[in-house]
Design a protein around this ligand. Structure first.
Ligand code: PAF
Length: 289
């Protein structure tokens, strides 16, 4: 006899997701949604377990969303590891996996996209991936409306994405509580990411410098260094280690706007995006945290 957790039920259509959701509601269950693009790691799994105290059933969506990739980005080579994902989700007790096809999410004639402002237009990810957040917001709005979960959770590693989704759900009156889950790191500090598999062995050795530089910038601001000087030092340090830096910025943690020079450290977040070879890494930490 085995006490292994049951396989999550795999739902491939919106109709199947809605029927599953209705059955959970009839059973009095609160549902949590974890939107993902698969290639799951401990960071994703912590989002599933993070919902456990607040929900009776967790559904994880696995959908590599084409509309959030620019033509030159890695949509076709994005890692797809469905069978392993399912096994990991069984181990953490997810109740269901929603794995639609592209045609199910974007049927012929699909013509709608969400236009964003506020945290989606602050000169961070949006400056380097100008069509990205419209794709993210549109697919997340669809997932929320298809599933109508009580809670949905997103990793803080994609900090600007989390801010954009919170704003979008509030502005469109989508009846859901959006939660943020802490970034899960490797032992050497590198933030877990499905894209870390792209790193060569020598790039993987260098990659933790990203987190070290964030920590140094945060410490500098806490001890009175100006924001501009801390940003400049971080940029130099990353360049010296071979990173091609898109941005390293200290911003207001709530709005992501450029802070006043005398902003209190507790209100600030340090965010970075930089390339090592072909791999683009992003990360962020609270200045006081
Ligand atoms: O963070 C991600 O994996 C994706 O951007 C999301 C939120 C699942 C939307 O496709």
């Amino acid at each position: 006899m085995t006490d292994a957790a049951p396989e999550p039920v795999v739902l491939e259509t919106v109709a199947a997701l809605r029927a599953w959701r209705a059955a959970r509601r009839a059973a009095g269950h609160r549902v949590g949604l974890v939107p993902t693009m698969g290639a799951l790691h401990a960071g994703h799994l912590s989002l599933v377990t993070g919902l456990a105290p607040e929900t009776e059933a967790v559904v994880v969506s696995i959908f590599v969303n084409p509309t959030q990739f620019a033509p030159h980005e890695d949509f076709t080579k994005y890692p797809r590891t469905f069978d392993r994902d399912l096994e990991l989700l069984r181990e953490v007790g997810a109740a269901a996996v929603f794995a639609p096809t592209v045609a199910e999410m974007y049927p012929d004639g699909f013509a709608t996209s969400i236009t964003l402002d506020g945290p989606a237009r602050v000169g961070l990810e949006d400056a380097f991936r100008p069509t990205h957040f419209a794709g993210v917001a549109t697919v997340v709005a669809k997932l929320l409306l298809q599933c109508l979960p009580e809670r949905a959770i997103f990793g803080e590693k994609d900090y600007q994405q989390l801010a954009v989704i919170r704003r979008m759900a509030r502005d469109l009156d989508i009846p859901v509580t959006i939660l943020g889950g802490p970034t899960i790191r490797e032992a050497d500090g590198l933030a877990m990411s499905s894209r870390n598999v792209y790193l060569s062995p020598s790039e993987r050795e260098t990659a933790p410098v990203l987190h070290q530089v964030l920590q140094a910038a945060a410490a500098a601001v806490r001890t009175g260094t100006s924001i501009a000087l801390a940003e400049g030092a971080a940029l130099r340090e990353l360049s010296d280690h071979g990173f091609l830096v898109d941005y390293v910025a200290i911003r207001d943690a709530a709005s992501l706007a450029v802070p006043a020079p005398d902003a209190r450290p507790e209100t600030l977040r340090v965010l970075v995006a930089a390339r090592l070879g072909q791999t683009r890494l992003i990360d962020n930490i609270a200045v006081v945290g």
